[in-house]
Design a binder for this molecule. Structure first.
Ligand code: DX5
Ligand code: ZN
Length: 216
């Protein structure tokens, strides 16, 4: 397994001071940007203009998590804009394999996300075409929720599925100093953390604490 990576989610950062908020997490391994459309999830965040602003402001890899309907139509633009990883939900993608190939053609890596109720087995036949599998550890839609403990067994199943095939295993939701060790033991290697980083006085210290608890 590769070394753990910490990707702060800017969902609940101070968006009026985006450049400062990105500078606060400059020691992270990537920046996680949550795109929500008020249909796939009951919340609306932002789309391409904000993602482009993030890309123009940080030198970190940008990981776009698309919680939207019809990602087959909308995800390619995020790949074209220069995101490092574009993650779509398995429940929303009509043709995930074709979409993964399209994202690759446009120069991005492709991620496949699972809501808590979607089993790992449901994507066993398509995940090989992706670079990253995202196991949601809360119901997608909002930051600051509690980590769902039953997801630990699901992370273990996801780890067995991706094996050492070069597919990275990401977790998102409720990742804190209290939960990250168990998520890492279960097999996760890329950790999205929103409130645990942005609510800390010292975000860089929070990132290094999470990273060391995850085993690096
Ligand atoms: C929730 C988003 C998360 C969220 C995580 O749907 O996908 O990325 O920002 O926030 P925390 O770390 O506070 O659970
Ligand atoms: Zn997310």
């Amino acid at each position: 397994m590769r070394s753990p990576a910490i990707h702060p989610s800017i969902l609940n950062c101070d968006i009026a001071h985006l450049a400062d908020e990105l500078a606060r997490v400059s020691s992270a391994d990537g920046v996680h940007v949550d795109v929500m459309d008020n249909h796939f999830v009951p919340n609306l965040s932002w789309g391409m203009p904000v993602v482009e602003a993030v890309l123009a402001t940080t030198s970190l890899p940008v990981d776009a998590h698309l919680m939207i309907e019809d990602p087959d139509r909308w995800a390619p633009a995020y790949a074209e804009s220069g995101c490092d990883v574009v993650t779509v939900h398995a429940e929303a993608a009509a043709a995930p394999v074709r979409l993964a190939h399209e994202l690759h053609r446009l120069g991005a890596r492709a991620g496949l996300a699972l809501r808590p109720a979607t089993s790992v087995e449901a994507v066993a036949d398509v995940v090989q075409d992706f670079d990253l599998l995202l196991v949601m550890t809360v119901e997608p839609g909002f930051g600051g929720q509690r980590f769902l403990e039953p997801m630990l067994a699901k992370i273990e199943r996801a780890r067995r599925l991706v094996g050492s095939a070069g597919i990275r295993l990401q977790v998102d939701g409720g990742i804190t100093p209290q939960t990250i060790e168990r998520a890492a033991e279960a097999g996760a290697e890329v950790f999205v953390a929103g409130s645990a980083v942005y609510r800390a006085q010292d975000a860089q210290a929070a990132i290094s604490e999470l990273r060391s608890l995850a085993g690096r």
